[in-house]
Design a protein around this ligand. Sequence first.
Ligand code: KG4
Ligand code: ZN
Length: 321
Amino acid sequence: MKILAIETSCDETAAAIVEGGTKILSNVVASSTTMHQKYGGIVPEVAAREQLKCIIPTINEALSGSLTPFDAIAVTVGPGLIGSLLVGVETAKTMAFVLKKPIIPVNHVLAHMYANFIPSGSGITFPAISLVVSGGHTELYLMKSVKNLKWLGGTLDDAAGECFDKTARLLGFGNGGGVAIQNAAQKSPIVHLPRPMIHDDSLNFSFSGLKTAVMREWKKKQDPAGFAYEIQEAITDVLVKKTLRAAKQYDVKSILLSGGVAANMRLREKFMIHNSLFMIHVPPVSLCTDNAVSIASYAYFRGEPVDWKTITAIPDLSVEA
Ligand code: KG4
Ligand code: ZN
């Protein structure tokens, strides 16, 4: 089965066609990052207006990569920005109605982890612990099978990506976010930052205290490379420790990483040290950040077609599967 997927939950406009949940036939991502650089962050109205312009050309480009027609449409319905979600949702509904194709609503956060199933399931053995770590979410799941998900814990305040983004701004990296911190990081003994909740027994996270500590220490000494190093160490230490705790607690065979922060090279490196104990899976960088391929893959493995009339955008859609 070939699925055309549409993703517009934040500032990306993406469309892809994926066959059998694992084979990418086309993959197009348009981002309005340069617009947002100009305005100092994501402005929801600006994002939605850009997406309105991009959505048809993006879908057209994705369709031209496929030689045969698709069988169903998958679309992100939430969580995300209301204006942005509506662009994708209304386009998908119109296509489903006009082309008489089944339509599958998709949860953006859950979909991130399905980037790990490309190509051909990547030999994942279950049970697995899945860490989804993005700009808006830091969530841990137990995955007993490709369909069976259980939410174990998440952030109590800021997401890890949000912490990267906010501290990057403070360090003078504009909207460069986690990538800017990764590129600037250089070991220096200047600052020590806390690893919030690292010794806590729960599988929850907290990153707002780390951001506050950066603000406090930055007033004393301003060393962008040293701070970048220590911020990256602190965030990745917590993510690795908590994920390993979950993996041991549930006696799993594999660990799956996904979401924009899983693109971080230091995080990948720290997880790979444990590759003999657990099979560590991480998608290519382009499938960690927002894309429509993982939306199609999720729809194939776990989605349910519904009547197009019942689909709406749900900005605060729960991620507790
Ligand atoms: O999954 P994503 O593209 O969008 C959301 O669903 O939020 O994740 C975006 C987040 C941003 O916070 C960005 O700073 C972070 O992923 N990110 C990174 C890296 N690349 C993207 N964080 C750390 N290191 C990276 N290399
Ligand atoms: Zn995302």
